[in-house]
Design a protein around this ligand. Structure first.
Ligand code: PGA
Length: 251
């Protein structure tokens, strides 16, 4: 049985004080949820991480990106080993906002994923099509390319702790969530791809999330689909009470 994994992506929200306050009032709840095989937590801005990394034993604490080199002349970047050094256990890779605004490619994501796995940090690899690609009926083609490039050279063992998030770009921050039929069909397609490219064992283990305008009123529907093991949540993860309410829909 796969765990349910619910991750809040705070994006560029919350200063250190706000992040600490959130985690303090969230940790009891997330510990309780663990007993039901539901893992919950947040991926916070870099500046918050050193102050909230200590909550990693209570809840998911992750970064939203990393650099694949250990160190070097990369002004403004944070390396995977710096994240490891402060005890970070998860890292979002290839979010559509990074692909769009910072020109990240799936090949770069692959480099990041490999170094994170070496550091025992769980990648949350994001894939998904744009509105144009969706309207042209190219969802599966686009996702397949992102998966093939992002997961290149990985082995079954790498999927002991691995999250893939399917997030149609047209559903992120728009209030237009994908139907449960679309979410299940693309998440199943991704699972079958993992079976084909890596192994059946890897496809049984990998956690696949849906993301894009997940709210308290639709979370239940996604969280109980056969091939959807969790959700990646933007806007609805910023308030403690409503995020708890959303995550409780996994039960
Ligand atoms: P949203 O964002 O829930 O605000 O649509 C999701 C995401 O970007 O991961």
């Amino acid at each position: 049985m796969r765990n349910k994994v619910i991750i809040g992506n705070w994006k560029m929200h919350k200063n250190i004080d706000e992040a600490v306050t959130f985690c303090k009032s969230f940790k009891k709840y997330s510990n309780e949820m663990k007993k039901h095989n539901v893992l919950v937590g947040v991926c916070a801005p870099y500046i918050d991480l050193a102050s909230i990394a200590k909550y990693s034993k209570d809840m998911i604490i992750g970064a939203q990106n990393c650099h694949y080199e250990d160190r070097g002349a990369f002004t403004g970047e944070i390396s995977h080993s710096m994240l490891k050094n402060i005890g970070i256990k998860y890292c979002i890779i290839g979010h559509s906002e990074r692909r769009k605004y910072f020109n990240e490619t799936s090949n770069e994501c692959n480099k990041k994923i490999k170094v994170l796995l070496e550091d025992n940090i769980i990648p949350v690899y994001c894939v998904g099509e744009t509105l144009e690609e969706y309207e042209a009926n190219n969802t599966k083609k686009v996702v397949e390319k992102q998966i093939k490039e992002g997961l290149k050279d990985l082995t079954t063992k790498d999927f002991d702790n691995f999250v893939i998030a399917y997030e149609p770009v047209w559903s992120i921050g728009t209030g237009k969530s994908a139907s449960t039929e679309i979410a299940e069909s693309v998440c199943k397609y991704i699972r079958d791809l993992v079976a084909k490219l890596i192994s059946k064992e890897a496809s049984d283990k990998v956690i696949i999330q849906y993301g894009g305008s997940v709210k308290t009123n639709n979370a239940y529907d996604y969280l109980h689909l056969p091939d959807v093991d969790g959700v990646l949540v933007g806007g609805a993860s910023l308030e403690v009470d409503s995020f708890k309410e959303l995550a409780s829909k996994a039960l």
